[in-house]
Design a protein around this ligand. Structure first.
Ligand SMILES: Nc1ncnc2c1ncn2[C@@H]1O[C@H](COP(=O)(O)OP(=O)(O)OP(=O)(O)O)[C@@H](O)[C@H]1O
Ligand SMILES: CC(C)(CO)[C@@H](O)C(=O)NCCC(=O)O
Length: 316
């Protein structure tokens, strides 16, 4: 577990795994066998005891926050005498490459949808807003993929403005890990969900990180509740290398995969290649741009070995 910077420590309530997991007792929604199987489909590596101990209490907490926000909107409605157009409650999930953001975000989507009100929950990853591969190459940003400058910030902010203003349909680009690029023939249509989960590396950045940005808006200006998924640097590097090796034997064997040539590598060569990509791109990005934003999150999930969350911090 990487320690939260001491300056921000007292801003948080701190829970160990046991203290956090008992908070699920008040979840009046046990998981059915069918639901457990569907959750298993999200990621075969995730243990179901982890879902119950960590993600059920989290879905209960988020449900309470969404309700509080709805009550707040009712106040505005009462005051105005009519209901203004409004957008979804936005939850962001930040953290390093390979920490498990996508898995956390997909689990939360599945769990939040189960609440009796059956909120419509959409999930978007900021990967779709990376500049297309061709442009990244032209801009000489391929070795900076995932760094803030590799995203089309204007496109992402326009998307969020439209969603938050309650527009009836907004389109988000889709990223393909297989093609290592944005898809040109498909998009994700967002039609007024109750909750939008936004998952990405840099979603916690603020004007504080860019003193030259003046009054420019940031993703975080649109977010109602932010989660940072955390783990120690060495664990993250190991997970990245393990995943790369798993892909070498799986996804990379597809001839359409951008990394198809890596499927010909031996395990040792693949691990060395992944280690180099980590040391040159994902590791430096984590240190320079991602980890420094951690202390702004409303909630920090801290993972140890085997992706088990062993500590949770909740902003007071
Ligand atoms: N809760 C979990 N339990 C076990 N394994 C997990 C868990 N979450 C993620 N993993 C594993 O960790 C790896 C990274 O997960 P995931 O793709 O969700 O990460 P990510 O942070 O979204 O990465 P990226 O930013 O690179 O897309 C995968 O191999 C996944 O199987
Ligand atoms: C798409 C991102 C930026 C984030 O998910 C990441 O997976 C990535 O492609 N990073 C660049 C270096 C690499 O190939 O891992």
């Amino acid at each position: 577990m990487a320690p939260v910077p001491s300056t921000s420590r007292n801003a948080y309530l701190e829970f160990n795994r046991e203290q956090w997991s008992v908070l699920r007792d008040a979840v009046p929604l046990p998981l059915s066998q069918g639901e457990l199987e569907r959750l298993r489909g999200i990621n075969e590596d995730i243990s179901l005891s982890e879902v119950e101990a960590v993600y059920l209490p989290l879905s209960r907490l988020l449900n309470l926050y969404v309700h509080a926000n709805q009550r707040r909107s009712q106040v505005v409605e009462e005051f105005l005498g009519e209901r203004p157009e409004d957008g979804p409650y936005i939850i962001s999930v930040a953290g390093s490459v390979a920490v498990g953001k996508s898995t956390t975000a997909r689990l939360l989507q599945a769990l939040l949808q189960r609440w009796p009100e059956h909120p419509k929950v959409e999930l978007i990853t900021t990967d779709g807003f990376l500049y297309p591969l061709k442009e990244l190459k032209e801009k000489q940003l391929l070795s900076k993929k995932g760094f803030p400058q590799s995203y089309d910030g204007k496109m992402l902010l326009d998307f969020l403005k439209d969603v938050k203003s309650g527009k009836s349909e907004v389109h988000a680009p889709i990223y393909s890990h297989l093609e290592y690029d944005r898809l040109t023939d498909r998009h994700h249509a967002i039609r007024k969900p109750d909750i939008l989960i936004l998952e990405g590396l840099n979603v916690l950045q603020t004007a504080h990180d860019y003193p030259e940005a003046g009054n420019r808006l940031f993703v975080s200006d649109f977010v109602d509740f932010s989660i940072y998924v955390d783990a120690k640097y060495d664990l993250l590097k190991r997970w990245y290398i393990d995943r790369f090796d798993k892909f070498r034997q799986g996804a990379f064997t597809d001839p359409n995969s951008y990394f198809h040539h890596y499927s010909k590598l031996t395990e040792g060569e693949a691990r060395k290649t992944a280690s180099k990509i980590w040391d040159e791109i994902n590791g430096p990005n984590l240190k320079a741009n991602i980890q420094p934003t951690r202390s702004r999150a409303n909630l920090i999930l801290s993972k140890g070995d085997d992706h088990k969350v062993n500590r949770v911090w909740l902003r007071r």
